[in-house]
Design a protein around this ligand. Structure first.
Ligand code: GDP
Length: 441
């Protein structure tokens, strides 16, 4: 338990209906009562009940007390709900500092929750991912980890490893590091099983990254094939300007859309064609440049028509690793023999748009939200380290290694898995993780 009492605004700074100020530490209640006067006159406040009163003679406010260990941080916590005014909140915070609390560092509330054993490190990281999630699916994936979905899985493997390590250690005293066949067979089986389970968790890594970072998808195609209409249709609002005069979208325009959980920024480019006017040639160069900076390209043509030479040329200049989704638009006007590599849509009527979103998700390597059980690169690094150590165990078994040698790698996997939840993770890493948190969390 820490000695000092910290305090910070828990809601975003600025004007708002209400603001929440959080106080945590052994003196939380003392600090609160120096500043807050309940209308009932009854101090101490009843636990976990909102009480109306006056704060610092400046505002009516509600206060709530959550006593240790039944609070977010595991310490005594008090929260004040007051009106969300910038100057008002600043003044109340100053009063609280004068009353004995100090300014909380970014992430300090969550760090205290971790240090007091309320949550483990993967859950703390999930808190940050949940706050930062920009789509509902990203938030769901983060919540699954926050609920302990990742720790449960890694801790169960770690528990099995503990038993295995203990039984192998008992064999060390035997002459010549002898390991009975049935023990080796069981270890080989278990190693395969642990590896498989860890791989399954890691399969969600790409999904987690996409949920978090999103994608840049560039819409390219000749003028008038319906790129702006497609963008409008994808985002469901009329953001891009649509006209039937060729070459009107001269600059790029972007809008972020939730595509099965991935925040995809669609970028509408100027029509790709060998233009005549100067503005259009610049637009084309920009389109090519945008395509080269894209994570995924939507190459659009009219149904029954071909990609124009300029687009074919642009696509040829692309890095082959960038996925290209071929789109045939205006299926309401014309038809053609359907090709499996093409998605058929009508940007005007909306047909095929869901299929297009699905194709973008698949080609980007999206992972269904229920399979995403990691939120953070650090967690993946620990899992990968555990997998590498298990691979060495497997090789050791094949090579007929003795128990002492196998134990080194089994312990390596065991400690890498422990670090997922923060066990044995050095203090500076812990500090770095929490310093990335927002203030007041
Ligand atoms: P861009 O130059 O590629 O951005 O094309 P626009 O989105 O400006 O569309 C050019 C014209 O095609 C406009 O008149 C649109 O209304 C029309 N258009 C776009 N998509 C469709 C479609 O699916 N069906 C039909 N019938 N017209 C479309």
């Amino acid at each position: 338990m820490t000695e000092d009492t910290i305090c910070a605004l828990a809601t975003p700074p600025g004007e708002g209906g209400i603001a929440v100020i959080r106080i945590s530490g052994p003196e939380a209640e003392t600090v609160l009562y120096r500043v807050f006067r309940p209308f009932s006159g009854q101090i101490p406040l009843a636990e976990r009940r909102m009480t109306l009163g006056i704060v610092a003679d400046a505002d009516k406010a509600m206060a709530v007390v959550m006593r240790a260990p039944y609070s977010y941080t595991g310490e005594d916590v008090c929260e004040l709900q007051l009106h969300g005014g910038r100057a008002l909140c600043a003044a109340i915070l100053e009063t609280l500092y004068a009353a004995g609390a100090r300014v909380a560092e970014p992430g300090e509330f969550t760090k205290r929750a971790f240090l007091n054993g309320k949550i483990d490190l993967s859950e703390a990281e999930a808190v940050q991912s949940l706050i930062g999630a920009s789509t509902a699916a990203a938030a769901r994936a983060a919540y699954a980890v926050l609920r302990g979905g990742l720790s449960e899985k890694t801790e169960s493997i770690r528990g099995e490893l503990t038993d295995t390590i203990a039984s192998l250690e008992a064999l060390i005293d035997y002459p010549d590091e002898y390991i009975p066949d049935d023990v080796t067979e069981k270890l080989a089986r278990q190693t395969g099983d642990w590896t498989e389970r860890l791989r399954r968790i890691l399969a969600g890594e790409r999904g987690a990254r996409l949920f978090h970072k999103g994608l840049r998808a560039v819409i390219a195609g000749s003028p008038n094939v319906g790129k702006s209409s497609l963008l409008n249709c994808l985002c469901g609002t009329a953001r891009a300007i649509v006209t039937d005069e060729a070459g009107t979208t001269r600059d790029t325009l972007d809008v972020t859309v939730d595509v099965m959980g991935i925040p995809v920024t669609f970028i509408d480019t100027a029509g790709l064609r060998h233009g005549t006017g100067k503005a259009e040639s610049i637009g084309i160069e920009r389109a090519v440049e945008a395509m080269r900076n894209a994570d995924i390209v939507l190459a659009v043509r009219e149904c029954g028509g071909n990609f124009e030479d300029a687009l074919t040329e642009g696509l040829a200049r692309l890095d082959p690793s960038v996925p290209v989704v071929r789109v045939a638009n205006k299926i309401d006007l014309a038809d053609e023999e359907r090709r499996s590599d093409t998605v058929y849509v009508s940007a005007l009527g909306g047909e095929g748009i869901d299929a297009l979103k699905r194709r973008v998700f698949e080609m980007a390597g999206g992972v269904p939200v229920e399979d995403v059980l990691v939120t953070d690169q650090r967690q993946c690094d620990c899992l990968r380290e555990a997998l590498d150590a298990l691979e060495l165990v497997r090789q050791g078994i094949d090579a007929g290694a003795g128990s002492e040698c196998l134990l080194v790698d089994l312990r390596g996997a065991w400690s890498a898995l422990g670090r997922v939840t923060g066990r044995g993770e050095p203090e500076e890493i812990i500090d770095r993780i929490f310093s990335k948190f927002c203030l007041g969390k």
